[in-house]
Design a protein around this ligand. Structure first.
Ligand code: HEC
Length: 441
């Protein structure tokens, strides 16, 4: 185990969630936008409408600036935050999918080279070659989505990988295809919404109207596809995930679902209004509000995906608190739940001072704090005023206060479907109980 990265009150898990949710906007815009771009540019060439190129220049410049600055920064931010918050989770992924990421990065480089070339060669090279560069970008960006979706969906449904350890057994898992198509639909929706906002700033009213209608059709199509494949996705979820989501075990997940559906409905309705009823209603302000609505919906949907993966960070392999949950003979890995249960959890933490490790009973509160921080701290704040599921509040609600009662409660964690079981010897557990009691005192 690694030392714990503690983010008081907020929890390190939420830090990743914040950065990753923001990353969705630039990343999906970067993958979807150029399909719209090349479609408009093809129209411009075929119908001989050079005035459309003004729109394209504006459209591309923002992608170049927004996606390739904020997208790159938050992309690296996800790596940094998940490396400190979930070092073994990220290590497990790298050990399996390093070649997946290597492939993805090749396509990132193609994207970076082609988008700069595309933007700076507007009007300087012949139009067919320019269009071809756009196509290369569009495909490279979508291929990067094909790859990353395999790794993301693997974390939720690891499939046959737990038996074979095979790259593709985990990659093409049961939630892969619906998730890929859902994200693809969504990327067209985001591209359409962004096109409408850019078009609202054009002086040429003909072009504005034409682009707005075309973008609305893309948006409606994208959102409808996202909705359809989302339904398939929900059906394809592992049974445990379905239970968490649909059976009300974690009521907040259903609330997130309502936010996601509401956001999809609002954005789709706006596409219909802007595209077919009154295109003049859209301006930078209404457009930005819609982006925020869409952002809330996407954030909620990602929150669900992360929530229903519990208690694992890698399905059926690694718990959210970094403890190896089950044997994985294909990778010569053995469960730590069993080993720590006999050898002791604290005893296996090399960074804990010997006097605490060897006799947790002498300083039970200090020893217990380390146990609780490592086993619960990813999901729970330890402060009473903590923002994310504060343990003192949750425990007070259960009405327990003595160290013994709380140590017994830790045995009952096993019966919660969304929390990992407590791992360790009775000594570890009594120390943890003593610390929990100090929280509610
Ligand atoms: C994978 C994330 C995760 C981990 C790790 C985790 N919990 Fe939880 N815990 C949750 C969630 C989610 C809830 C539900 C909170 C809610 O209902 O708002 C919860 C609820 C609780 C509750 C309230 C239970 C109830 O019946 O109302 C207690 C107490 C609790 N956790 C203690 C712990 C302790 C102690 C640990 C560490 C030994 C721990 N949790 C580890 C996610 C986690």
């Amino acid at each position: 185990m690694y030392p714990f990265f503690e983010l008081p009150s907020f929890t390190s898990g939420m830090l990743i969630a914040l950065i990753a949710s923001f990353h969705i906007l630039p990343s999906h815009l970067a993958t979807g936008a150029f399909w719209f771009t090349v479609s408009v540019e093809r129209d411009a060439i075929r119908r001989n409408r050079p005035e459309l190129l003004d729109f394209l220049k504006k459209y591309t410049l923002f992608i170049l600036l927004f996606c390739f600055v904020s997208g790159s920064l938050t992309g690296v931010g996800i790596w940094f935050s998940s490396t400190v918050a979930s070092p073994r989770g990220i290590s497990g992924l790298i050990h399996n999918y390093v070649w997946g990421w290597a492939t993805e990065w090749v396509f990132f480089i193609i994207e970076i080279v082609t988008i700069y070339t595309y933007y700076y060669t507007f009007g300087k090279i012949d139009s067919r070659t320019h269009l071809r560069i756009g196509w290369i970008y569009a495909w490279a960006a979508w291929i990067s989505m094909i790859i990353i979706t395999g790794i993301l969906s693997f974390m939720l449904s690891s499939g046959k990988w737990v038996e074979t350890g095979g790259f593709f057994d985990g990659f093409f898992n049961r939630t892969y295809w619906p998730q890929l198509f859902m994200r693809t639909g969504l990327m067209f929706g985001i591209a359409g919404l962004y096109a409408i906002i850019v078009a609202s700033r054009l002086d040429n009213q003909d072009v504005r109207k034409w682009i707005t209608r075309k973008a609305a059709i893309w948006g409606i199509g994208g959102m409808a596809a996202a909705g359809f494949f989302c339904t398939w996705y929900l059906f394809s979820l592992p049974e445990a995930a379905k239970a968490l989501l649909f059976e009300g075990t974690l009521p907040y997940l259903k609330k997130l679902g309502t936010v996601a559906i509401g956001s999809l409905a609002i954005v789709t309705t706006s596409f219909i209004i802007f595209g077919f009823v009154s295109p003049w209603r859209v301006n930078t302000v209404t457009g930005t509000i819609l982006v925020l609505v869409l952002f809330a919906g996407i954030g909620a949907a990602e929150g669900i995906r992360e929530g229903i993966r519990r208690p694992y960070v890698i399905d059926n392999y690694l718990y959210s608190n970094q403890i190896v949950a089950h044997d994985l003979p294909a990778k010569k890995v053995t469960a730590e739940t069993v080993r720590f249960g006999t050898e002791g959890f604290l005893k296996n933490l090399f960074f804990v001072p010997d006097q605490i490790k060897d006799a947790p009973g002498v300083h039970p509160v200090e020893a217990g704090r380390i146990v609780i921080l490592l086993q619960c701290g990813n999901c729970h704040a330890l402060e009473r005023a903590g923002i994310i599921r504060p343990l003192p509040v949750l425990i007070s609600r259960l009405g327990m206060s003595s160290p013994e009662e709380l140590a017994d409660f830790l045995l009952a964690l096993e019966s919660y479907p969304y929390m990992p079981p407590f791992v360790g010897t009775d000594e570890d557990r009594l120390a943890a109980g003593a610390y929990l009691a100090s929280l509610v005192r």
